[in-house]
Design a protein around this ligand. Structure first.
Ligand code: ZN
Length: 240
């Protein structure tokens, strides 16, 4: 059996994470090969093969978030289903279930709270970032006793590849000025990664980055580049 390839993978001290690349699955045509979304028009049976293959590799069942560009969060436990609708962030303290968010250009953020041993995965595009899904999650983790928190910002479309309308730019600028740029082509642009980094610095959360722009990397899915395309999974799990 083929392995689902990793665009990036690593670990915190007590949790592991993986962000999938485009090879090692069974998706076809414009979705090839490792689409994890049931909502982009691909045969769901093929998506389920990819999901099962990834779960087998990790050694745990996975709960996926079906995101809607909100700041809705859901707590997952070992009895949770394999997909939760209308949430952009999942949180768990269970060692028996991995959690995953999907993206193609939008950022994902993987979070590990040491001590309390709680993990989270978030999907954040310009909307989720500027609405504050990340600080909301940090607040929620601190409310249940998290002290030291570490984060990783996954592959995110860069400002050079993410020109937006002036209206969009002004809207984001009122909330997260650090995410707003005039890019090298002199266009209004959003750098979601810069906005998330600013929020993490604000919250005094240490973080690392996967410095990949999906639009520029053929191993990644990019909605802006390819339109009808698949979604990568950003999955995190607590070590046994
Ligand atoms: Zn780029």
């Amino acid at each position: 059996m083929n392995e689902i390839a990793a665009l990036a993978k690593g670990s915190f001290d007590g949790a592991s994470w993986l962000i999938t690349a485009r090879t090692g699955g069974v998706s076809k045509d414009q979705f090839a090969q490792t689409n994890f979304s049931l909502n982009v028009g691909e045969d769901s049976k093929l998506v389920q093969v990819n999901r099962s293959r990834l779960a087998a590799q990790i050694g745990k069942p996975i709960t996926f978030a079906k995101a809607i560009h909100s700041k809705n969060l859901a707590w997952v436990d070992e009895k949770s289903s394999d997909e939760i609708a209308e949430v952009d962030g999942l949180i768990t303290s269970s060692k028996n279930r991995a959690i995953a968010t999907l993206s193609a250009d939008c950022a994902t953020v993987l979070i590990f709270a040491l001590g309390v041993k709680i993990i989270a995965t978030l999907h954040a595009g310009w909307k989720g970032m500027s609405d504050g899904i990340l600080p909301k999650t940090i607040y929620e983790l601190r409310a249940v006793g998290a002290r030291e928190i570490k984060a990783l910002i996954g592959p995110t479309i860069c400002a050079e590849c993410y020109a937006v309308s002036e209206d969009r730019y002004r809207e984001v600028k009122t909330k997260v000025p650090a995410a707003c740029f005039i890019n090298k082509q002199n266009e209004f642009a959003i750098d979601v990664r810069a906005g998330l980094a600013w929020q993490l610095l604000n919250e005094k959360v240490s973080f690392d980055n996967v410095l990949i722009c999906p639009f520029e990397d053929e191993n990644a899915y990019s909605f802006r580049r390819d339109h009808k395309t698949g979604r990568m999974a950003s999955v995190i799990w607590l070590n046994n």
